[in-house]
Every structure is written in C-alpha cells, then in structure tokens.
Write a protein that binds this ligand. Structure first.
Ligand code: GLV
Length: 425
C-alpha cells in the first residue's frame, strides 16, 4: 500500500503501522464493548477526537472565526430551564412525530454533514443505515462521497437530498433528478452559503493542502495522519481520497474532493433560484438557514414546505444569534403555514425537548451523530441515536408530558424577551 491514494508518492507500510499500534496498545476493548460504555454525546466526541486525525476532527468540531456562534448555540440551551408537572403517571410515552407527511420514531433527523467518508469509510451509507434502523430520516449532503442511489437503497427510513449549486445549475439539475429517481422525499436547499465561513482550524491543519495540494504542499501536514494509523489504514483500504459522487461534471465524471472554501466559492442560492428549483423538484422543498421572521415568510412565499432555523452549526457567519433564540420569531412568523425544524448545538434529549416546546416540529442533529460516525462508524451513529431517543423519553416522563405532540412553551422558563409574540397553537 502506498500514499498514492493520498495524492502523495511516498511509500508507507500502513498495515505495519496499524499492527504495531495494536501490539503496543495492550488489551484493546472491542468496538461493541466501547460503544456500550458511551453514556453521552460528549463521550463519542472524545472517542472521535482520539480516532481521527486533527484535520478531520477539527473540520467536524470547529466553527467560524472566534466560534462565538458555535458556543452561543449551546449557551441558549443552557439558558432555558424546565417547568415540570409532577405526580403524573405516564404508561405509554409517544415520541412519534410527523415531518413532511412521514412518521419518525422520534423528533430528530440526521442533518447533512459534508466529508462524512473522511470521518469513517462507512460514511454517508453507514449514517443513513443507522438512521433508518432507528426509525428516522437522513439528509444527504451534496458534499458526499457515496452515490445518492446507494445511500437511499441502504436506509429503511426517508432520505432527503441537500443541495449546494456545486458545478452550476446543470450539474445540480442532474443531481436533483438522480435524487428524485432514487426515491429521496424532500430537497433541502441551504441558503446561508454565499461563500464558506472562515473556519480557522481548517487552514491551520492543512485541509486544503491535504485534499488538493501537491505532494510538497501536503508534506508539513502528514504527521497528523501518521499519528492515527488505524484511521489511516481504513482510509487507504477504502481507496484513499474519495470523489464527490453526486456532483458529476459533464465529460469529466464525479468532481474531485476539494476543501469547503473552494467547494462553496460559487454556490450562492437566491430566492429567484426557488422558481427553477420548484420546476426541477416537484416534491417538498426545505429552506435551511433561516434565522429571521422576514426570511421565513419569504421562504413560504417562494413555496418552501418547511424551513430549518439554522446558523450552519456556527460554521458560517460568526456572531449570529443562537438558533434556539431565533426559533420563536420564525415559528410566530410562519404561523403554521409550513413546518419549522431547527439545528445547532443539539447534544442531549433535553435540547430536543426544549426546541419542540418552542415550536420546532423536529430537530436536525449534525455533530451529535457525526462524532459517533468518526468514532465507530455505523455503531457509533446508532449509539448516538439511541442515547438521544432514550433522553427524550426520560425527559418527557420527568416533565409529566405523555407525548411530543403535547409539548408547549408552558413546560419551559425562557429568558425575558424570547417570547415577544405568542406562538401559534
Ligand atoms: C459543509 O457543508 C460545511 O458547511 O462544512
């Protein structure tokens, strides 16, 4: 095996490195044992950090600039407390939720996460399989390295396709057609990426050089890969750098993987694009990246069936408000005309319950499952979903609320000023 698959020409005895690590690490716990020892999402995060190279972990974990919005998303959840109804017995706790006409086992779907195949060779296919097995849905990012057809085929649950205009309109139309023919049931259009945010960890770690630089440019950044021989062996056995299988350039085939700044440099989506998108995609369109009542109403006017209150997990513009904070304004603005989803900072079932109380139909989880993917592939994603599902049920029982459908703001104490308009029933 050589580093040709990394785009380099240095010979490296990868199997030998992996074997040496196994020999020196004493008694190694199996993946199953280790997965069952995981108690919360932070445990998966720590495991992911130890398994994958820094460039991969930081891409997943980091945010834009000073990471103020990244932290703000979490702070907003911490600022909200519960008002339970005690002395209530609940025999059956109903977690099911209907999103865009489809029943989900609990109110969380897997958000689009780019570069998943670098986190683990199972990538998007493993995540979609775990989502389906847990009775929920998976959103496939355009920045994905498994074919949409394969991802849809391996999941027992709904799969949606997330669109970036990588490669231009014609290329996007071809991807949309494939997603439709594969059976994807919604198109998610991300509206907050006129350019990529400045994720400062990526240039420090050499993300661009490692994905698309010359051998010489890659050299300074290679030691972090050698420090994770297990990951490196799996990556090389998977064929090395994968391609963007759902961005097919005419006459050239799948686009080579590039870093996020290059990928999002010419992909701006405007409200005008919704017109042709509605022609190209007859099913429901979800506008992801809404943070104000004005944009929410505009999305409704342009025919969106749902909006996602999202600041891109704090990865785009820094100093945006937390999504939980923006949620009530959006919910009031759309006034039940479309469904409202939210993402950003969800790490616990209590977070999911808080978002539902404030009017979200369901949440999208991104990092929370991607840590699981980076740690242990499909088993890690399944464990993340199991933790969150059990958290939601326990929280409902402790709140004295028998179903997700009956959650409302009266179960919460929110900071003054958050609920300036009453939320629709
Ligand atoms: C990819 O979509 C990213 O924002 O990192």
């Amino acid at each position: 095996m050589s580093l040709v698959q990394l785009g380099c020409t240095i010979d490296l005895p990868v199997e030998e490195l992996a074997a040496r690590r196994l020999r020196t690490s004493g008694k190694r716990r199996t993946k199953a044992t280790r997965t069952s020892e995981v108690i919360n999402i932070e445990d998966l995060r720590r495991w992911a950090r130890s398994r994958v190279p820094r460039v991969v972990f930081d891409y997943l974990d980091g945010g834009a600039e000073g990471e103020v919005t990244l932290q703000e998303n979490r702070r907003a959840f911490d600022a909200v407390t519960f008002r339970p109804r005690h002395a209530v017995a609940i025999s059956e706790c109903e977690l099911r939720t209907r999103v865009l006409g489809i029943d989900l086992a609990f109110p969380a779907l897997l958000a689009p996460v780019g570069y998943s195949r670098l986190m683990h060779p199972g990538g998007e296919a493993a995540a979609a399989r775990a989502a389906g097995a847990a009775g929920t849905g998976y959103i496939l990012s355009t920045i994905s390295c498994y074919r949409v057809e394969e991802v849809k085929a391996v999941s027992a649950g709904p799969v949606w396709y997330q669109l970036y205009l990588l490669g231009g309109r014609k290329v996007a139309e071809a991807a949309i057609l494939r997603a439709r023919e594969a059976g994807c049931s919604a198109l998610v259009v991300t509206i907050d990426t006129p350019v990529a945010g400045m994720r400062e960890r990526d240039p420090r770690n050499g993300m661009k050089e490692l994905l698309s630089g010359s051998t010489f440019e890659k050299l300074p950044f290679l030691p972090q890969l050698f420090a994770h021989p297990g990951w490196l062996a799996a990556f090389l056995l998977d064929g090395g750098l994968p391609k963007l299988e759902n961005v097919v350039l005419p006459g050239q085939g799948p686009m080579p993987l590039v870093d996020v700044t290059a990928a999002l440099s010419h992909t701006v989506v405007t409200w005008d694009d919704f017109k042709w998108l509605r022609q190209a995609w007859p099913g429901p369109i979800v506008a992801k990246g809404v943070l104000t009542g004005d944009d929410a109403r505009r999305a409704v006017d342009e025919g969106a069936a749902a909006v996602v209150v999202s600041n891109h997990g704090g990865r785009q513009l820094d100093y945006l408000s937390a999504t939980l904070r923006a949620l009530p304004e959006v919910v009031a603005a759309v006034n039940n005309q479309v469904e409202v989803l939210m993402d950003g900072g969800v790490r616990r079932g209590t977070d999911i319950v808080k978002a539902i109380c404030l009017g979200a139909r369901a949440v999208l989880i991104g990092r929370a499952y991607a840590y699981g993917l980076a740690a242990a592939g499909e088993a890690g994603v399944s464990r993340a979903l199991q933790i969150l599902r059990e958290d939601v049920e326990r929280t409902l029982r402790l709140l004295g609320c028998p179903s997700v459908a009956q959650l409302n703001p009266s179960y919460l104490d929110v900071p003054a000023g958050w609920l300036t308009k009453s939320l629709p029933d």
